[in-house]
Design a protein around this ligand. Structure first.
Ligand SMILES: [Zn+2]
Length: 699
């Protein structure tokens, strides 16, 4: 029951009260929940009368922090999907308090000590494997957070963290400032030959905003990339390529006074600090620190994996490049193809080879057919049903569903999800899955079922000829929907009773994309597509000829693209593994070395891409960029099990494969190492063969 005096953010009895929650509820609720969580922490850190046990230590701590996490999760979610000035203000006011609380918790030595006592206690041996894993994870995180260091070193460790945060912020500010500062004004429209009209219109508007006449371009992706892709004028392409490739570097000074945005020093400092951090923690290198909580075991193993992938992709990349060179020479009159010609020539070659428009494809993917197709596929694969359900929502477009499993004793609720499909004002870009509530067995012995937010930014339905036409999805959007549903299934089909390792919680970072990328594969399956396409006017399913073209276009230049990702990953890994930041050798030397060994088309010597490589210098991907390819290997190989089942006749074999994927991957979540889950599903270690095959390369 809710009265006017109760705060709906503090009501945990059922589904979030999106109908009642207002910005003014945030501060009082968050303050109350932080205070309660602090109380629980104080009790948990107090010396125990008897031995430390799961029940007297972990449970109360988890109870108190879960509520805070859920309430803040709602605020965070609303801030991303229904941004208003009032909500943003209260979000920004409360966010530092939340960060402070979690940071303190992560460095709380008394709690660390209690976890150690629990680990050493007699109780530990009797804990279920999932609980053991939670304790081990907690100990690992405390250790990596420097909790075990002597005081003097702990101080230095904290300094290093702060300094890294400062340098990372500086790094991305430099990239952003250099990006914003650059302006290329084109006065003569003839110079813009080849550019699409919408790109020209945006450039015209940008010039007008600055009170100039002509067309103005910047280094923001939607502005500069179309020039590389479409501009017939080669000098224009070269100009913007140079500007982009030297951005935030010492070379940037050649086109503006950008020396102050040079990231050379920030990169060198960051690498030194990370190396120092690793040595303090008694690790050989920062790459070793980064891999400690990940699925990949050692940097050597990752490097071997990447080099193997490079070796296999190389012949295809060489062929891609040779074709492109020949095409550029014969059809475009470019005899000496340069870096700034690659996107342009590729676009022309793609158009020539696979003439079909995204618009044509879209007409076969009306939203109701796609969503029904997706739900039907999930039902078939995992033996569950998805049905509409009721819940308070934050916008009339949002739908709510329940997933049920049919068992001996009737149907049983497994999980629920919100589906917020359309782009709108005040909603953040992109698509994502977030957890609204995680599965756990409560102290009262009741299963708390998981709830997910599935958020996309697709085109809303529109009126066509006076009739409301359903939203039409591009094939990319369909793939995105499947991807996010993969994360959603991982979260919702879990059967683990421990919150910290149920669903996607506690899953290694380099394995978390397995279920999501796995689901993407179905969007390329002829049989699946037949069931989820219907032309918006004729109702016809996707025709074979169009499908074949889409499939061929999918693998266009996959050899070159694979090598490019491998190159980035190897630069990242070597910088954090065997590069000595104090030696004479520069970062550029290392970048050049990797390129000489692995690239088919070596970028010009002025290229300073690493100066805007935010993933590893300002994001969480340091010694982790390989994860993209790593998770793709897992998802492709897992999907191959389904292909094999179909080849062997489908039917019960396919059912069995779906059940096994559910049981060994989705259901277990983070309760055991991802490699163990993978092997339990596949009966062996992962191999890269399926990924190569899916990309049109021979294993
Ligand atoms: Zn994802």
């Amino acid at each position: 029951m809710t009265t006017e005096t109760t705060n709906p953010l503090l009501d945990f009895s059922g589904l979030p009260r999106f109908d009642l929650i207002r910005p003014e509820h945030v501060t009082p609720a968050i303050e109350q929940l932080i205070a309660a969580a602090r109380d629980a922490v104080r009790q948990a850190e107090a010396p125990a009368a008897g031995p430390v046990t799961w029940d007297n230590f972990v449970v109360p701590l988890e109870e108190a922090t879960e509520r805070l996490g859920r309430a803040w999760g709602i605020v965070n979610h609303l801030n991303h999907v229904m941004d208003t000035p009032e909500l943003r203000a209260t979000y920004n006011e409360n966010q530092p308090k939340i960060t402070e609380f979690w940071t303190e918790l992560g460095q709380n030595e008394a709690l660390f000590d209690k976890y150690k006592q629990l680990r050493a206690s007699g109780d530990f041996a009797n804990l279920a494997p999932a609980r053991k894993r939670i304790v081990e994870n907690a100990l690992r995180d405390f250790r990596l957070g420097g909790a075990e260091l002597p005081d003097k070193q702990k101080e230095r460790f904290a300094e290093i963290q702060e300094e890294q945060a400062r340098l990372s912020t500086r790094f991305s500010e430099n990239v952003l400032d250099a990006t914003n500062d650059y302006k290329l004004l084109v006065a003569d429209e003839a110079d813009l030959s080849g550019l699409p009209d919408d790109v020209k219109a945006a450039a015209r508007a940008a010039a007008e905003r600055d009170g100039k006449t002509g067309w103005q371009f910047s280094l923001h992706f939607p502005s500069y990339f179309p020039i590389l892709q479409f501009a017939d004028k080669r000098e224009l392409r070269e100009q913007i390529y140079r500007a982009n490739a030297t951005k935030a570097s010492e070379m940037g000074a050649v086109f503006s006074e950008l020396e102050k945005w040079d990231n050379t020093g920030n990169i060198a400092q960051l690498l030194k600090l990370r190396d120092e951090e690793a040595k303090l923690l008694d690790f050989q290198s920062f790459a070793h620190v980064s891999l400690e909580p990940k699925m990949a075991e050692t940097p050597e193993h990752v490097i071997e994996f990447l080099e193997d992938l490079a070796r296999r992709a190389r012949p295809y990349a060489e062929k891609d490049l040779a074709e492109l060179r020949a095409f550029a020479q014969e059809e475009l009159g470019i005899a000496d193809m340069q870096a700034w010609d690659v996107a342009y020539a590729s676009e022309k070659l793609r158009e020539k080879r696979y003439a079909f428009s995204a618009q044509e494809v879209k007409e076969y993917f009306p939203e109701p057919k796609v969503v029904a197709g997706l739900f039907g596929l999930i039902s078939k694969l995992f033996g569950v049903t998805i049905a509409p359900d009721d819940a308070p929502v934050w916008h009339p477009d949002v739908r709510f569903y329940r997933i049920e499993k049919n068992g001996h004793s009737g149907s049983q609720l497994v999980g629920q999800f919100y589906l917020d499909l359309y782009a709108r004002q005040g909603k953040g870009q992109g698509a994502w899955m977030d957890d609204a509530r995680g599965r756990r067995l409560t102290t009262g012995g009741i299963v708390q079922t998981p709830i997910a937010y599935l958020t996309c930014n697709f085109t809303p339905p529109a009126e066509v000829d006076g009739k409301l036409q359903p939203s039409l999805f591009t094939h990319d959007e369909v793939t995105t929907l499947f991807h996010e549903f993969g994360h959603g299934l991982h979260h919702m089909l879990t059967e683990v009773d421990e919150l910290s390792v149920s669903g996607i919680s506690g899953v290694e970072w380099d394995a978390v994309e397995l279920p999501s990328q796995f689901m993407e594969n179905f969007c390329w399956e002829w049989d699946v597509l037949q069931g989820m396409t219907a032309h918006v006017k004729t109702g016809e399913p996707l025709p074979r000829a169009l499908y074949d073209k889409m499939l061929a276009a999918k693998n266009f230049q996959s050899g070159m693209q694979t090598l490019r990702q491998v190159e980035f990953s190897l630069i990242d890994m070597h910088l954090h593994y065997d590069f000595d930041p104090t030696s004479q050798k520069t970062v550029q030397d290392l970048v050049d070395e990797v390129r000489t060994r692995f690239s088919v088309l070596i970028p010009p010597s002025f290229n300073r891409f690493q100066h805007s490589f935010g993933h590893i210098f300002a994001g969480g991907y340091a010694a982790g960029y390989y994860s993209y390819k790593w998770a793709e290997v897992l998802s492709a190989d897992a999907y191959a099990a389904f292909e094999e089942a179909v080849e062997a006749g489908g039917g019960s074999l396919l059912d069995e494969t779906g059940k096994r994927f559910h049981r060994e991957i989705l259901a277990v979540g983070g309760s055991r190492p991802a490699l163990e889950s993978f092997k339990a599903f596949r009966g062996r270690e992962p191999t890269i063969d399926a990924l190569l095959r899916h990309n049109g390369m021979q294993a």
